[in-house]
Design a protein around this ligand. Structure first.
Ligand code: ADP
Length: 475
């Protein structure tokens, strides 16, 4: 075996190589089933006899997909660390350059380096940058170049035989929907693992991992405090949870305290949220542009709530007094017995798109801001839920706990169907907002003037508003 240090510098500037990552599965918390799935791959890479005798082979490629900060890189490193094999990492965006031929030759370099240290692992982060659908829209240019790179990846993956001394390719993306289907075919990335946002228990487990090297008054107090933070951090990623603990550590040191306490943790949590929410109570502090965007967002949410109402969740009031990643609209407690029909689910998806659609309509697709991104996440999740867990769609009648239950061709089907629902929802939402544009403007004006608006007034405006007829949108 050659020493890893012999990797030519000039040749491999874009590759980061580690003899051993030192990361283990213990470093990744929550979503235990992911570890169980990947553990198998580790055993094969380690030449486990039991597996050899059973004739179980390692997949050639594993695709980790999920939002940024959920630990995909960490998992890839853990596989390498657990198996004790070298780790070669590159980023999909590194392959795409202006110069013709660079992409393909970089891919060749990467595979050649990894192969000379096999068994080894290649990790390609943001693989969508090079592996997006061929013939699709050429975002950012370099289409032909990217295509060459993608073809080279396919050639390399098809080229090596499946064996115990192989190179395992791990890709990471948060855009499974734009990946070229050729990448997902058998013998390429034939294992797809969804890395999602952690549950409450998952968040607690992640916090525990990152609290390992931090001081608390006692183990008991640590558990109580971290449980509290886990409760308050719905939709946080592992990376954000790690930040909270680091920040709390810094605050503790700054105050010259010996132990992290509740105050520091809550303060750190507030700061972390501050990247989404300023928590400013006084609307005079909010910049004018943001105020306008907030007002439009709340107005769009209000109009959608009138047009496609949730029978169990009447609106109460909204305001533009605080900046949050989710709409400020408040709803009444769920009243009576809920029995949602398919149409109720569909309407919920359409409503959830409102913040995103109004941003695009009013400010343009290249000028949208973060106050709508949470809406996209919510809408996609609702669509996923409808498809996977209700048995009400063309996906099938079975119930899937989560995406990782899916075999690759089902995963592809899910993505296609979810895209279809999202396309419908966005179009439908856009159509309602165009139809009721005058109501949106009126509610926006009132919000800008008074800072808040109650349900009664919203309904009144909605009912009286002149409508602009729109062509029908069908699912
Ligand atoms: P991704 O590749 O999905 O964007 P990363 O692996 O880069 O995410 O995550 C960044 C950091 O966040 C990790 O190095 C780790 O410290 C922390 N982290 C994220 N998810 C987890 C998790 N499930 N358990 C423990 N730490 C996590």
């Amino acid at each position: 075996r050659r020493a890893l240090g012999s990797l030519g510098k000039s040749r491999a500037k874009f590759i980061s190589a580690e003899e051993t990552t030192g990361v283990t599965f213990d470093d990744f918390a929550g979503q235990e089933y992911i570890k169980r799935e990947l553990q198998e791959i580790v055993r094969i890479l380690k030449n486990d006899e039991e597996f050899q005798n059973k004739g179980i082979y390692c997949p050639k490629g594993v695709l980790l997909h999920g939002p940024p900060g959920t630990g995909k890189t960490l998992l890839a490193k853990a596989i390498a660390g657990e198996a004790g094999v070298p780790f070669f990492a590159a980023n999909g965006t590194d392959f795409v350059e202006m110069f013709v031929g660079v992409a393909a030759s970089r891919v060749k370099d990467l595979f050649a380096s990894a192969r000379s240290f096999a068994p080894s692992i290649i990790f390609i982060d943001e693989i969508d940058a090079i592996g997006s659908k061929r013939g699709g829209p050429d975002i950012g240019g370099g289409g032909a170049e990217r295509e060459q790179g993608l073809l080279q990846i396919l050639t390399e993956m098809d080229g090596f035989k499946v064996s115990t001394s192989q190179v395992l390719v791990i890709g990471a993306t948060n855009r499974l929907d734009i990946l070229d289907p050729a990448l997902l075919r058998k013998g390429r990335f034939d294992k797809i693992v969804r890395v999602g946002l952690p549950s409450k228990d998952g968040r607690f487990a992640i916090l525990k991992v990152h609290a390992r090297n931090k001081y608390f008054r006692s183990e008991e107090e640590k558990d109580v405090l971290l449980q509290e933070i886990a409760e308050l951090t719905e939709d946080f990623t592992g990376a954000e949870l790690q930040n909270i603990l680091n920040e709390a550590g810094i605050l503790t040191a700054r105050k010259d305290l010996d132990y992290i306490g509740q105050e520091e943790l809550l303060e750190a949590l507030k700061r972390q949220k501050g990247t989404f929410e300023t928590g400013q109570e006084d609307s005079t502090d909010i910049p004018e542009e943001l105020k306008l965007r907030l007002a439009y967002r709340e107005a769009a949410v209000a109009v959608l709530a009138c047009h496609l109402p949730d029978p169990y969740c009447p609106i109460i009031e909204t305001d533009i007094k605080s900046i949050r990643s989710q709409p400020n609209m408040r709803y009444a407690e769920i009243s009576g017995r809920v029995f949602s029909r398919k149409n109720d689910y569909l309407n919920a998806i359409v409503r959830a798109c409102a913040p995103r659609v109004i941003e695009e309509q009013m400010f343009g697709i290249d000028n949208m801001c973060w106050i709508s991104s949470k809406a996209t996440l919510d809408a996609s999740r609702l669509a996923e839920f409808l498809i996977l867990q209700t048995g009400m769609t063309a996906f099938g009648k079975a119930y899937y706990r989560n995406q990782s239950d899916l075999v690759p061709n089902l995963a592809t089907k899910l993505e296609a169907l979810r895209d279809e629902y999202m396309r419908f929802a966005v179009e439908k939402c856009a159509s309602v907002l165009r139809e009721y544009h005058s109501a949106v403007e009126t509610i926006t004006d009132i919000l800008l003037e008074k800072g808040e608006i109650k349900a009664e007034e919203i309904w009144d405006i909605y009912k009286k508003a002149p409508q602009i007829p729109q062509p029908a949108v069908s699912p």
